[in-house]
Design a protein around this ligand. Structure first.
Ligand SMILES: NC(=O)CC[C@H](N)C(=O)O
Length: 389
């Protein structure tokens, strides 16, 4: 193997060789694959990827470098990055830097020249796994040969299994803003006052709200009900975010209090899972999740099929065959699944019939991805308007 060798090692002992890329050293996290052909900058800066090692199935990554517009937050959040064939040179009119420089500057350990197709097939067969990327000084003696000797793999697997599994892991507090701030509507008078709870929010969501006339007060995830109510919101937005939704007890209690007060609620991804739990449904871990910008979802209300952006490893466990009583509280009335994934039948949206709340598991804000789901922001505004009237 080459001097600059690197390894990706999964907790079940599956190992693939590659070459060091980005920062050198060692990183551990949950290995997940993303099928997006575009949008690597948005993926890297999506806080929902906290503590995950992202494998890109698209073989060419970095072709357009990085630019000053496409980041979804203030930093790269992925724990590690696995690619097949990074572009040796970025070329695009918006390029402000090379991707590898960004990874190196932010200390993100990556690996290139990996057989990402084999790794993805492995993750599809056995499910998401904890994994580690090792390069430079983090490679133990004997690792520089292929196949890697069993005793070396054993040492690396023992390091990988030190990271706790994603089930039961709370990460929102690691990524949420610690300061509140306000985003003004884009080129129009405010139409609605919205509180957005930042659970690891991508920049695209408040942008979509502001473009429709929302004055968006972004609050830390730890905000209390009184903090939220002090803004006299027309509606509350629950953002995307990392970790297991079962750990989001504070946010679930907050959502329940909002439902009780009939304040319109709109949730995306983790926000959707929180609304689901607030209504009394469980959440569960998917085998390998949905990640990418090319996922077909059916809107069960209209029958329309959208191609949507996804990034979720968990899902809400609720019936798909029509409305039922919200299990948590009779006061919340009836609720139904509003969207379904056409790949695997996973629930992708919730519609409340008696309280003003809706949510989607996918990403209508796109960034990256198609804008097919943009109408959901319009539904939230319609809900706020009807409710105000
Ligand atoms: N993008 C998100 O909000 C992800 C939600 C949750 N952490 C999951 O993996 O399912």
């Amino acid at each position: 193997m080459s001097e600059d060798c690197a390894l990706i090692v999964c907790e079940d002992g599956y190992v693939l060789p590659g070459r060091a890329w980005g920062a050198r050293g060692r990183t551990v996290g949950e290995a997940v694959f993303s099928t997006g052909m575009t949008g690597y900058q948005e993926t890297l800066t999506d806080p929902s990827y906290r503590r995950q090692i992202v494998v890109q199935t698209a073989p060419h990554i970095g072709n357009t470098g990085i630019n000053d517009e496409d980041s979804e937050s203030r930093q790269v959040w992925v724990a590690g990055y696995v690619v097949r064939d990074p572009s040796p040179r970025a070329s695009n009119w918006r390029t402000s830097g090379e991707l590898e420089e960004l990874l190196r500057d932010q200390g993100i350990v990556g690996i290139r020249d990996v057989d990402t197709r084999a790794l993805t097939r492995h993750l599809r067969e056995v499910g998401s796994l904890r994994a580690g990327i090792f390069s430079g000084d983090a490679l133990p003696e004997g690792a520089n040969q292929w196949p890697v000797p069993g005793y070396v793999t054993d040492v690396l697997v023992s390091l990988v299994t030190q990271v706790p599994p994603m089930v039961g892991t709370a990460l929102v507090h690691e990524v949420s803003t610690d300061q509140s701030y306000t985003i003004e509507p884009t080129e129009m008078e405010p139409r609605a006052t919205i509180v957005a709870l930042d659970l690891g929010m991508k920049a695209g969501s408040p942008r979509c709200l502001a473009e429709r006339g929302g004055r968006v007060h972004v609050l830390p995830a730890s905000a209390s009900l009184d903090d939220v109510l002090s803004y006299r919101p027309d509606g509350v937005f629950l953002s995307n975010g990392p970790g297991d939704p079962e750990t989001a007890t504070h946010e679930v209690d907050l959502a329940r209090a909002l439902l009780t007060r009939r304040i319109p609620v709109f949730g995306i991804c983790l926000g959707h899972q929180i609304l689901g739990r607030a209504l009394g449904f469980g959440t569960y871990k998917l085998a390998y999740g949905h990640r990418g910008v090319n996922q077909p979802v059916k809107d069960l209300t209209s029958g329309r099929i959208d191609i949507t952006a996804h990034n979720h490893g968990f899902a809400v466990d609720m019936p798909l065959d029509g409305a039922c009583q919200a299990p948590a509280d009779a006061d919340f009335g009836r609720v139904e699944a509003s969207h379904v994934s056409l790949n695997d039948g996973v629930v992708e949206g919730i519609r409340c019939l008696d309280v003003p709340a809706l949510s989607v598991q996918f990403h209508p804000e796109a960034a990256a991805g198609p804008h097919d789901g943009g109408y959901l922001f319009d539904r939230f505004f319609a809900l706020m308007e009807t409710h105000r009237a």
